[in-house]
Design a protein. Structure first.
Length: 564
């Protein structure tokens, strides 16, 4: 892939505002700045209402580190986030064109008024990108890349890719990487440089979902714990994954974690009340991994040296080295070797930031009728009682083969599988709702939706919840002055409610079998009385449960009767 030119350099500054929100300004190029303002979750991911502003200066910035010159707003997006992903109704306003309205379910575009999903009818890679990642187009447009130029670039890559003989193997390294190399130093060199920068920028955000990183943050918050104990109890899937990559046993990983914790301790204690606590953990984490992975050991196992580790800015080189190292192999499994492997598993998240590669791979798979596992997301609706919880699963794409089984996997540890506990839903794509019963009050659980086709089983994002009745029917029935009229309803129905603070709201209608029949993302609503009118003529006659949710948590429930 083309290298990043000297004129393209990421510079980032973050602030903690008096409102309690965070603001991060990233200087994308010499003249463009992207600003995120919103709240973050305990892992440092955007969570809740977020405002994203793309700005452009009309003059050269004299000081390359100055982010506070006069900038003209190109676009402003207001969108709720959940676990670092767009989740709800997004509205983007522009200076010189109509607003863009898109609804998201855990980062996947869906239609805004019904529980149906966006499914492109045009199999071109650019169409996959524009419909599957509309926010990416807004970003590249703000960086002076027009749609027509991006489409021409992707069409050129697509033509090269589809002309290659398909012999199996890895799409990124066997096909995509050579295709981009073949048009390096051409008219597309600028877009290659900008895309490489965006891939690293987005990949670093995706890296916040690294299981090892989350375990280290948990360890830093819990006195008396060790990183190894947290991984073993809360994240056992990661321990199993690391062991599967080479001749590594549990004792090898425990020895590495011991050395890692020792190095972390040398940086001194961190204040968990510090707004930038997570950022400090990240800084210490990567420094400690560099020390461990680049150190030599004497015969007693004591660390002797810790030379600096420098990572190349060449995106293709980074990913190629990471990918090759993740192939199962025999290794000495010293703390240094295990540490380097942990680093590589984190660098792999850069793949998730390559949006163009994702779109081209979809087109490539269509052309060669390659079956992949389904695309799935998970959403926690709320707790119906002290011992039950309601969850939704969303099967956005079947991967090219029929979905033969789907449902919710759950356990008391992160990333459960169907081998743990499994509630089966059915077959096919679309959305489904499941209630987990017989839970233990006060216990924290993890769950994720899954779907299986002939290629295998895919899982959605993992949600965490504690069995409690805080959002149950007995408490929520009369909360927020939630009313429906007329009730019974025939076609049109009005839903009125009060919002205590500006929050991202959603309305969900579930039948008595627990199946999702209607979902409407209301977006970020102002404090006070609100009302929405919906056409429910497509719902069959019967009794339904209407759930009003704020920032993903059910806050009020009402019964609705439909009579036609």
């Amino acid at each position: 892939m083309g290298g990043m030119g000297d004129q393209i350099k990421l510079v980032q500054v973050s602030e903690h505002l008096e409102s309690g929100e965070y603001q991060t300004k990233t200087k994308m190029t010499e003249n463009e700045v992207k600003t995120f303002t919103g709240t973050r979750d305990p892992q440092g991911r955007w969570d809740g209402p977020v405002t994203i502003v793309n700005s452009k200066t009309q003059y050269d910035i004299e000081d390359e580190d100055d982010l506070y010159g006069y900038l003209e707003t190109v676009s402003t997006e207001k969108v709720p986030y959940k676990d670092g992903m767009r989740h709800g109704r997004s509205v983007t306003t522009f200076k010189d064109k109509p607003d863009l309205v898109v609804c998201y379910e855990r980062g996947k575009p869906i239609t805004c008024q019904k529980s149906a999903f966006v499914n492109t009818s045009d199999n071109s890679a650019f169409q996959y990108l524009s419909e599957g990642y509309p926010w990416y187009l807004v970003t590249v447009n703000a960086l002076d890349i027009e749609d027509a130029f991006l489409e021409a670039y992707m069409d050129t890559l697509e033509t090269i890719l589809l002309a290659m003989e398909y012999l199996g193997g890895d799409f990124y390294f066997d096909y995509y990487d050579p295709a981009t190399d073949s048009i390096d130093q051409t008219v597309y060199d600028t877009i290659i440089q900008i895309h490489s920068m965006l891939t690293i920028y987005l990949g670093l955000e995706e890296m916040k979902n690294s299981v090892f990183r989350m375990a280290v943050i948990d360890h830093s918050r819990q006195e008396g714990s060790s990183t190894f104990d947290i991984v073993k109890t809360k994240y056992p899937d990661y321990l199993q994954f690391i062991r599967s990559l080479g001749e590594i046993n549990e004792q090898d990983f425990e020895l590495f974690c011991g050395d890692f914790d020792s190095v972390m301790n040398t940086y001194g204690p961190l204040d968990v009340e510090d707004p930038f606590f997570v950022d400090s953990v990240d800084s210490h984490l990567f420094s400690s991994l560099s020390v461990i992975s680049s150190s030599e050991e004497d015969t007693t196992g004591t660390l002797k040296s810790a030379p600096d580790v420098k990572v190349s800015n060449e995106l293709g080189s980074i990913l190629r080295k990471a990918h090759s190292f993740l192939s199962p192999k025999e290794m000495n499994a010293s703390p240094s070797e295990v540490g380097f492997m942990v680093i590589v598993t984190m660098i792999e998240y850069l793949f998730e930031g390559d949006i163009i590669a994702k779109a081209l791979e979809q087109s490539f798979n269509d052309f060669h009728t390659i079956i992949t596992t389904p695309t799935v997301t998970t959403d926690f609706l709320g707790s119906g009682s002290n011992t039950s919880a309601d969850l939704n699963g969303y099967i956005h794409e079947d991967g090219g083969a029929s979905v033969t089984s789907s449902g919710i996997a759950w356990a008391t540890h992160y990333n459960p599988t169907i081998e743990d506990n499994n509630e089966v839903s059915g077959t096919g794509t679309g959305s489904f709702s499941i209630s987990l019963d017989n839970l233990t009050e006060g216990v924290t659980y993890f769950a994720r939706a899954y779907a299986t086709n002939s290629e295998g089983t895919a899982y959605g994002n993992c949600v965490e919840f504690t069995a409690t009745s805080s959002s149950g029917i007995e408490l929520a029935e009369f909360d927020h002055d939630f009313k429906i009229y007329p009730n019974p309803a025939n076609a049109m129905a009005k839903f009125s409610f009060k919002v205590e603070s500006s929050e991202s709201m959603a309305l969900t209608i579930v039948n008595l079998k627990g199946q999702l029949t209607y979902q409407y993302d209301l977006g970020i609503l102002p404090q006070g009385a609100n009302q929405v009118e919906l056409n429910l003529s497509e719902l069959q006659s019967g009794i339904y449960n209407c759930q009003l949710a704020a920032n993903g948590k059910v806050i009020a429930l009402r019964k609705l009767v439909i009579l036609h």
